[in-house]
Write a protein that binds this ligand. Structure first.
Ligand SMILES: Nc1ncnc2c1ncn2[C@@H]1O[C@H](COP(=O)(O)OP(=O)(O)OP(=O)(O)O)[C@@H](O)[C@H]1O
Ligand SMILES: [Mg+2]
Length: 308
C-alpha cells in the first residue's frame, strides 16, 4: 500500500511524474480535443438476478464482434459477477490503481472476443473520498484509454446502492433490465424514481429479459413506460427483449458467454440484435461524451444533478 499521495499518483499514471497541469487536464472544460467520444452505458435493475451481467457480457461481445473496441467494467461486488461468469482469474482491480500499486493498464484483463475487462473493486467507498490529486490521476488514467475505445459498458449490482446511483448518473445511457414479475417491475420503478427525482436522469432504455414472447414484452414495456412517464417525467425507450433460454442457463453453468457457446440460440440472437441497435444510438456530444467526464462524475459523489 502506498500512502504517499504523489507516489500513488505516479503509479496511476504509469510512473510518470505528475505535471503542474495534471489537474487542469482533468477538468472537462480543459479536455484534449484530440480525444474522441466514448459511449458509456450503465446496466442496472431494481431487483437482483434479472440478467444484468448476462446482458452486459454478451452485449460487449457482440459489439466487439461488430468491430467496436469495448471495455466492460464490473461494478458489482456480489457473487455472480463478470469474472465468474467468464471463468476468468483476476487479481487486481481499481482499488489497486487508487492505492498506487498498479496502473490502469495492469488491472485490465483480456476477455473473450477481444473485449477488455476492469474487474470489480472492493474499494468503492474509498473512491468517494479521493483527494483532488488522486482524482486527477484516475481521470487521466482513464482518459489515456479513450483513444483506444468505442464503448464502455458498466455492469452494476442490483438495487439503489450509492455506487449504482453513481454509475448511472455518470453514464450517458442507462439500461434498466426487468423480467415480468411484480418485484422486478416495482423495484425497477423505484430505481427510476430515485434516479429521476434526485439526479435528474430523464431517459432510460428498457430490456425485458426471460421473456415469454416478443408480444408479451411489448405489452410489458408499454404498461411500464406509461406509468413511469405519467408519474416521473421520464422517457422510457424500448431497447429489446431476450427470451427465456435454456441455452443461456447452460452457458452460465459452463462459465462461457452464450453468444460464443451457443451463437444460434434465441438469446444469443437477441443480444446480437441489441448490439446492432445500440450502434445506431446517437453518439454523445459535448463534454459528457468524453471518458474523462464519466470518471469525474463517478468519483464526485455530490448530489448535484447530471448535466445533459
Ligand atoms: N434469458 C434468460 N433465460 C434463462 N435464464 C436466464 C436468462 N437471463 C438470466 N437467466 C438466469 O438468471 C441468472 C441471473 O442472471 P445474471 O447473473 O445475468 O443476473 P444479474 O441481474 O446480473 O444478477 P445480480 O443482480 O445477482 O447481479 C442466470 O444465472 C441465469 O440462470
Ligand atoms: Mg450481475
Amino acid at each position: 500500500m502506498v500512502n504517499d499521495q504523489a507516489a500513488g499518483l505516479r503509479a496511476m499514471q504509469g510512473a510518470k511524474k505528475p505535471s503542474a497541469t495534471t489537474q487542469a487536464q482533468a477538468r472537462p472544460e480543459a479536455l484534449n480535443t484530440a480525444s474522441k467520444p466514448v459511449r458509456v452505458v450503465t446496466v442496472a435493475s431494481g431487483k437482483g438476478g434479472v440478467g444484468k451481467t448476462n446482458l452486459s457480457v454478451n452485449l460487449a461481445i457482440c459489439l466487439s464482434q461488430l468491430g467496436g473496441r469495448v471495455l466492460l467494467m464490473d461494478a458489482d461486488m456480489s457473487l455472480a459477477n463478470v469474472d465468474i461468469m467468464l471463468g476468468l482469474q483476476t487479481r487486481y482491480n481499481l482499488s489497486h490503481v487508487l492505492d498506487g500499486e498498479k496502473t490502469l493498464a495492469e488491472v485490465i484483463v483480456e476477455g473473450p472476443a477481444g473485449i477488455r475487462i476492469i474487474p470489480a473493486a472492493s474499494g468503492v467507498k474509498r473512491m468517494s473520498q479521493l483527494s483532488a490529486l488522486e482524482n486527477a490521476g484516475i481521470i487521466n488514467a482513464f482518459s489515456a484509454l479513450s483513444d483506444d475505445l468505442d464503448v464502455l459498458i458498466v455492469d452494476t449490482a442490483a438495487g439503489i446502492a450509492d455506487s449504482v446511483v453513481s454509475y448511472c448518473r455518470a453514464a450517458q445511457e442507462v439500461i434498466v433490465v426487468v423480467c415480468d414479475e411484480p418485484a422486478s417491475i416495482t423495484d425497477a420503478y423505484a430505481l427510476i424514481k430515485v434516479l429521476s427525482r434526485d439526479y435528474k436522469i430523464t431517459r432510460f432504455r428498457l430490456v425485458s429479459n426471460m421473456s415469454r414472447s416478443p408480444a408479451h414484452s411489448q405489452r410489458l414495456y408499454e404498461k411500464f413506460a406509461r406509468v413511469c412517464e405519467q408519474f416521473l417525467q421520464v422517457r422510457i425507450d424500448f431497447f429489446g427483449t431476450v427470451p427465456f433460454d435454456n441455452a443461456l442457463r447452460d452457458a452460465v453453468q459452463k462459465q462461457k458467454p452464450v453468444t460464443l457457446l451457443h451463437p444460434s440460440s434465441p438469446s444469443a440472437q437477441a443480444f446480437g440484435a441489441m448490439a446492432k441497435k445500440l450502434q445506431t444510438w446517437p453518439l454523445p456530444t459535448g463534454v459528457n461524451g468524453y471518458l474523462q467526464f464519466f470518471v469525474e462524475k463517478l468519483f464526485n459523489r455530490s448530489k448535484e444533478p447530471r448535466s445533459e
